[in-house]
Design a protein around this ligand. Structure first.
Ligand code: HDD
Length: 758
């Protein structure tokens, strides 16, 4: 009935029920019933089984709904009720004493509705408040049981359902997606031996070495406490004051100021477990391990000017991208890589593997790819799933264990603790999105909002009245890793191991592993951030820090800030620093990815008098290649083409400006080009596509817009090496092929005009 209602009555159809007798016959529900998976075929049994055992094949699109089905609610063809299930006849009017009289206190329907509304919000996460999530599964490529008994790796082809939440760190829940920030990459594996949360970031190192400093770090980066400015930004005094007094942050800052901190999408970010973990096999033998997620679509980022403009054009840019990709069936994928090394190997490294400000170069320990994660279902409800999901580093399963990294050790406490206040009590593990698929049996009882109805009189162990159940799992349960190294007895101490004092070698390693374009972006980012700092002494301190990393970097930033380079900051150790060779995998450009042009957005700019056949041919070609073309014009409606035919405009330039597209094609047609050349939005569009190094293809007369936009004269005739083409319609095919190749390659930074003075 929904369709018909909408067509017949472009207003709230229920309003008709406000007066007289009509109030007694409420309209039927306006949403269509969603078929229960049971009704769509035989897959439901398999889903549940696989969801429980983790070894089946969850059907596409319902993973791991097997267990969420129980709580999935849809109001299709259902009548409106109170929370007690009492039918509601009138959802428009409160109960009044006479039509113009006061509202009755006894209106329990009104009171229930308003009371519930008053309590709709829960506290946002103290960090990582802004995020987006999706369901999917992890599939192991091989049986890894010789090194870990963790359930997801038990067999080749074994699938384990996952729920993944991506986030920014500093911004509040409603802040914009494309700010410069670290991105959270948190994966919940619903394994058949309980939930395993791998709570990582898109950067493999961290700002600080000890959890003791985490509240200080976050207090410094969050909006300043007196005026709550700035939102979701590190470019302010308190952050730079703190980090320049904490030289251990130097390495992480290099990543934070690189293009890693402004990803093109969540789909094109790497993820890292950051800490050194342990893998433990059934014999209790253990190795150290670092976790890497490698996006199958490649690593791609925005450029800063673009990221800043997207904040205005579409603050939900990353959330929308993830949602739309999954809706379109372009399921985001990551391969899981492991860096495995022994304690003995770790002893020989020139850094301490318990120091979260250090990475293990891939040249030292190669990354071994062991499986793939696919995200194939959007959440049904943002609050119930994305907001209420609770990740805890303490959630590990048999086969995974911690290292003594002091940052990790502090996190093991912090996450469980924060969920108790954020989700209102100790039973947050019973919220459906958090509930394990593995059965839960213990003697924990009661607490706020307890869901389970425990039977029997026994809630203690040992017991005889309950037959001794639940019983200890023995060797089938959790065994912690045995260290192979002799452990000398130690006194309690507040301090750090010696190697933690080397703060610069790996910052330099990162710097020398970047391409010139990436280095220029880092210099520019320092310039921007420190230009926003108002206390000159902080800028001096930053330069003295960078002077320990690399002279070209430090000089470049000093020039950008109009300052002289001060002497380097004193070192914290006399030990000669380790020397690293460049590590190519640390460059974003090392992973072009297999996405090609799929899901990339291309604007076809057109005006009245356009050559419609050309537009249609380009459109069809891009669509066939998997890209997302859009006909973009100065306003909505239809274009009258040169041959008199009409062409639908899909979106206006002001509603979807240049920064929302990966590339632009300017359609042929003299009148069309003249109309666009006259339009300041269209001129800005082309200027920004040019500045942000995106492929540009001007067909025939479309060139006039390039000229009007002030694109350098030398580039107006095209420069295929720099991803810019100017062709007549007859030569379109060849140019379009080259254009698509450039689009797949993301962007030609050789064209960049924003480069720093290096
Ligand atoms: Fe954290 C959330 C990642 C250090 C304390 N952290 C949080 C989330 C991610 C990370 C991805 C969001 C999870 C979600 O989507 O719900 N955090 C990291 C990484 C760290 C790190 C990779 C360093 C390697 N964090 C860290 C430390 C502490 C915390 C040292 C405290 C001692 N983090 C928290 C927290 C949060 C959190 C306060 C806020 C909301 C939540 O946990 O659930 O407990």
């Amino acid at each position: 009935g929904g369709q018909q209602l909408a067509a017949d009555m472009p207003f709230n159809a229920n309003k008709a029920g406000e007066h007289g007798e009509a109030a007694r016959t409420p309209q039927a529900g306006q949403t269509c019933p969603v078929p229960h998976p049971a009704a769509t075929g035989s897959t439901v049994g398999e889903t549940s089984a696989s969801a429980k055992t983790g070894s089946g094949v969850p059907p596409v699109g319902v993973c791991p709904a097997g267990d969420l089905d129980r709580v999935r609610a849809d109001a299709g063809e259902q009548r409106l009720t109170t929370n007690q299930g009492v039918p509601i006849a009138d959802n428009q009017n409160s109960l009044k004493v006479g039509l113009r009289g006061p509202t009755a206190l006894e209106d329990f329907i009104l009171r229930e509705k308003i009371t519930h509304f008053d309590h709709e919000r829960i506290p946002e996460r103290v960090v990582h408040a802004r995020g987006s999530a999706a369901h999917g599964y992890f599939e192991s490529y091989q049986d890894l049981s010789d090194i870990t008994r963790a359930a997801p790796f038990a067999a080749a082809g074994k699938r384990t359902p996952v729920f993944v939440r991506f986030s920014t760190v500093a911004g509040e829940r409603g802040s914009a997606d494309t700010v410069r920030d670290v991105r959270g990459f948190a994966v919940k594996f619903y394994t058949d031996e309980g939930n395993w949360d791998l709570v990582g970031n898109n950067i493999p190192v961290f700002f600080i070495q000890d959890a003791m400093k985490f509240p200080d770090l976050i207090h410094s980066v969050k909006p300043e406490p007196h005026n709550a400015i700035p939102q979701a930004a590190s470019a302010h005094d308190t952050f730079w004051d703190f980090v320049t007094l904490m030289p251990e942050s130097t390495h992480m800052l290099m990543w934070h100021l690189s293009d890693r901190a402004i990803p093109r999408s969540y789909r094109t970010m790497q993820g890292f477990g950051v800490h050194t973990f342990r893998l433990v096999n059934a014999q209790g033998e253990s190795v150290f391990c670092k976790f890497h997620w490698q996006p199958v679509g490649g690593t791609h980022s925005l450029v800063w000017d673009e990221a800043a403009k997207i904040i205005g054009a579409d603050p939900d840019f990353h959330r929308r991208d993830l949602w739309e990709a999954i809706e379109a069936g372009a399921y985001p994928e990551w391969e899981l890589g492991l860096q495995i090394f022994t304690e003995q190997q770790a002893e020989s490294f020139p850094f301490d593997v318990l120091d979260a400000t250090k990475l293990v170069p891939e040249e030292l320990v190669p990354v071994q790819v062991v499986g793939k994660m696919t995200l194939n279902r959007n959440p049904d409800n943002f609050f119930a799933e994305t907001e209420q999901v609770a990740f805890c580093t303490a959630h590990i399963v048999p086969g995974i264990d911690f290292s003594n990294d002091p940052l990790l050790q502090g996190r093991i406490h912090s996450y469980l603790d924060t969920q108790i206040s954020r989700l209102g009590g100790a039973n947050f593990h019973e919220i459906p999105i958090n509930a394990p698929l593995a059965p839960v049996h213990n003697n924990q009882r009661d607490g706020m909002h307890r869901q389970a109805v425990h039977r029997g009189r026994v809630a203690y162990e040992p017991n005889s009245l309950g037959g001794g159940c639940p019983f200890q799992a023995g060797m089938a349960g959790f065994t912690t890793a045995r260290s192979q190294m002799p452990q000398p007895p130690e006194d309690k101490v507040r301090g750090k191991p010696e190697l933690f004092a080397d703060h610069y070698s790996q910052a330099r390693l990162f710097w020398i592993s970047q391409t010139p374009a990436e280095q220029a972006h880092i210099v520019n980012a320092y310039r921007f951030e420190l230009s926003r700092v108002t206390v000159p002494a902080i800028r001096v301190r930053l330069l003295s820090m960078l002077a320990n990393v690399d002279p070209i970097l430090a000089e470049g930033v000093a020039q950008g800030l109009g300052m002289d380079l001060p002497p380097p900051m004193p070192l914290a150790t006399d030990a000669p620093p380790p020397q690293y060779e460049p590590s190519p995998p640390l460059s974003l450009l090392a992973r072009p990815g297999a996405l090609g042009v799929k899901t990339r957005k291309v604007a076809i700019l057109a005006g009245h008098g356009v050559e419609a056949d050309g537009v249609k041919a380009i459109y069809a070609d891009l669509l066939a290649a998997g890209a997302t073309p859009r006909v973009v014009a100065p306003q909505l409606g239809q274009l009258t083409a040169v041959d008199g035919s009409r062409l639908d405009i899909e979106i206006s330039i002001e509603a979807a400006p240049a920064v929302l597209y990966d590339a632009v094609i300017i359609a042929d047609g003299a009148t069309s080009a003249a109309m666009l050349a006259d339009d300041s939005d269209a001129r800005d569009f082309v200027r920004q596509q040019y500045r942000h190094c995106k492929p540009i293809l001007a067909v025939g007369a479309g060139k006039a817009l390039l000229k009007a936009a002030g694109i350098p004269a030398a580039m107006q005739d095209g420069s295929p090496d720099l991803a810019q083409w100017q062709v007549e319609a007859s030569a379109l095919d060849g140019a379009l092929a080259a254009f698509k190749e450039a689009l797949a390659g993301h962007r030609p930074f050789q064209r960049e005009t924003d480069a720093a003075p290096l």
